[in-house]
Design a protein around this ligand. Structure first.
Ligand SMILES: Cc1ncc(COP(=O)(O)O)c(C=O)c1O
Length: 382
């Protein structure tokens, strides 16, 4: 059986295609004016002073921790229920991931466990806004301010999410976004760092571009005789965004709130259909946040999860599990601790198809097939 309903689908139209065409033939497709425009508009949208474009969410996390100059024994409190980029970025910076547990309902970092994991060496708290649901930012900010440490947010899922009426992107010292193919704002591959700290922003612009003090675009438009000259001030990386991806990003940013609103409508149909099925736990949204609903994650009894994935898969509906707990991967063995909620909940979570272009037929197919599975297991139990 072919796939009738994929798990994700980027919301692309002729408008993105026109923007790509225009960028392609503009005479400048690298890091240049479109990237600058995208950064400015992104910062304005999120209500933050600076945005720095990079070529992935992973690069954003890598450079966010790099700019903090972590030392080898510095500790970063993080989640294990995430894509490995979050935690690889800590290892890229030779720091130590300290895993804290998550809340069972929102799957974001548990404040009490964060507090238990704090030590003299804690330098950063790195919450993941899981599925688009913001972590408990006010309390986390209280902790980081009291201790003089940093808040770096993994907002790969949270483009357009809000916490207490403000967009994610303006809270932490640094916030990391992903524009990967399946994200709420997608450019194919890309990412963004946001910050209110001018020094961080200036250094990030160098770090993403080989440590060079001026981008090629800045030099090309300069009238000075030594415009070709630049300084290399530190060991940087080739992790910048380019004008083709930024052109797509600008179109996607302009429709982000509409796309996220459509996600919300689909979710309310799902929730309505599943809320009375006793074997399904629908996702929660705390009253003071507005999730960007990157993922629609339900919980089912552990013994049924894989059977449900198989049942849906055989009927052309793709689903997945976000995520296998990172601390149980071999590479993270040296940092392994017991995380009772994470270790239990990952066996019960399943991500169902969610994307703005999911049609009423697709939504009904998912709902009907999940509920049919429920009837099947109820009959099995009789
Ligand atoms: C939670 C989380 N963090 C980080 C990333 C990394 O983003 P990217 O794929 O753009 O490198 C992802 C993307 O898949 C993610 O889901």
């Amino acid at each position: 059986m072919g796939i009738k309903t994929p798990l994700f689908k980027p919301a692309m139209t002729e408008e993105e295609l026109r923007a790509i065409r225009k960028a392609l033939f503009s005479g400048w497709i690298g890091l240049g004016p479109k990237t600058q425009e995208f950064e400015e508009k992104f910062a304005e949208y999120m209500g933050v002073k600076y945005a720095v474009g990079v070529n992935s969410g992973t690069a954003a996390l890598h450079l966010a921790l790099k700019v903090l100059d972590l030392k080898p024994r510095d500790e970063v409190i993080t989640s294990a229920l995430t894509f490995v980029s979050t935690n690889h970025a800590i290892l890229y910076n030779n720091a130590k991931p300290v895993f804290a547990d998550v809340y069972e309902d929102t799957l974001t970092l548990d404040l009490e466990d964060i507090k238990r994991k704090l030590t003299k060496r804690t330098k950063v708290i790195l919450p993941v806004h899981y599925g688009g649901h913001p972590a408990e930012l006010e309390e986390i900010l209280d902790i980081v301010k009291a201790r003089g440490i940093y808040l770096v947010e993994d907002a790969a899922h949270a483009c357009g999410a809000q916490y207490k009426g403000k967009y994610i992107g303006s809270f932490g010292d640094l916030t990391c976004f992903s524009f990967h193919a399946v994200k709420n704002l997608s450019v194919g591959e890309g990412g963004m760092l946001t910050t209110n700290n001018k020094k961080f922003a200036e250094r990030l612009r160098k770090l993403r571009w080989m440590g060079i003090d001026k981008s090629t675009w800045e030099r090309a438009k300069s009238k000075k005789p030594y415009a070709w000259e630049y300084r290399v001030e530190e060991l940087g990386y080739k992790e910048h965004l380019d004008d083709i991806h930024s052109a797509i990003g600008l179109v996607q940013l302009a429709k982000l709130s509409r796309l996220n609103q459509r996600r919300r409508e689909i979710i309310s149909e799902y929730n309505q259909a599943f809320k009375s099925a006793g074997w399904i736990t629908i996702p929660t949204e705390r009253p003071y946040v507005k999730s960007s609903f990157h993922l629609y994650v339900i919980k089912v009894p552990a013994g049924l999860r894989d059977r449900l994935i198989d049942y849906l898969g055989r009927r052309g509906i793709s689903c997945s599990v976000h995520y296998f707990p990172n601390h149980l991967y071999k590479i993270y063995k040296p940092y392994r601790v017991r995380l009772p909620v994470t270790e239990d909940v990952y066996k019960r979570i399943i991500t169902l198809p969610l994307y703005p272009e999911l049609t009423p037929v697709g939504i009904n197919r998912v709902i009907r097939t999940v509920l049919d599975f429920g009837k099947l297991i109820a009959n099995d139990e009789k």
